[in-house]
Design a protein around this ligand. Sequence first.
Ligand SMILES: [Zn+2]
Ligand SMILES: [Zn+2]
Length: 343
Amino acid sequence: MQLYNKLSAKERAALLEEAGEDRLTLSFYQYAKIGNPELFRNHLFIAWDEMEVLGRIYVAHEGINAQLSVPAKNFGKFKEFLDGIYFLENVRLNIAIEHDIKSFLKLKVKVRDKILADGLNDATFDVTNKGVHVDAKTFNELLEDPNTVLVDMRNHYESEIGHFKGAVTPDVDTFRDSLSIIEEDLKDHKEDKNLVMYCTGGIRCEKASAYYKHKGFKRVYQLEGGIIEYARQVENLKLENKFLGKNFVFDHRRGERISDEVISNCHQCGKPCDTHVNCANEACHLLFIQCEECAEKMSNCCSDKCQEIAALPYEEQKALRKGKGNSNKIFKKGRSEVLIYKR
Ligand SMILES: [Zn+2]
Ligand SMILES: [Zn+2]
């Protein structure tokens, strides 16, 4: 039985190129109680390897979170396989509009503690006891209700470039931080307010909604499929679009434009801009918002210091980095004293 990749990423890329076949890039998640994640992992690997599925999949006691690509010719088989697993029957698949045949080069199915890092002791509440899922139309109606509190469950650098009109956007670096802030802010309204949440694709609000229900909130709602699905429904059903700006995404595109408004500013000169970049100094790699003029002036760097380092020959840069480890700015996305216009 083969449980691991035989081909290297390079060999795989060459093969994909050669085959030239259509592949669908898609993602899905599901919270479910999985007794033996190891066994489930092996089951998935064997079946999907045979279907030439590639991607990054996390399996945990609390469920599955998958980003993958499937050969178009095997999609029917793949869907049938999912429907044969009771908690994945008719699971909502987010199919990417951009079909990059080389989006994944390996099949990696990993067992993790959690599918969403949240620092919570899940034994205390039932993560499958989720809030009410609402579609774009119902979501829009809820936003008209004066008793609604709309909360963005994403991090500060995500909501900075785009969010729903009137949403509370906690200034947090992690999902974990936002849970307690919102709980504190709304503690007197557990029964009388509609707590409506959204995130990119739904995985974060789904856990948050179970958490808030456990904490005694009575009217908990989440946007089904997140901003990604909302944008699709608004377009297809010609609904009013209440989202402003860009939806931050975690792949090479970094953001998908949902409306024409630019709601953020270049972190270096302050003019309207919503383009995220990573500092060109590899040792820094800070994620921040930079306009084209500043990118040119600063050689795609976040500071004069990084600009100096990035201009050095590669070997010298490497020598400078030696022994220092990675800068922790990688984890402090968009937060640095050098960015004078960061809100
Ligand atoms: Zn600028
Ligand atoms: Zn930098």
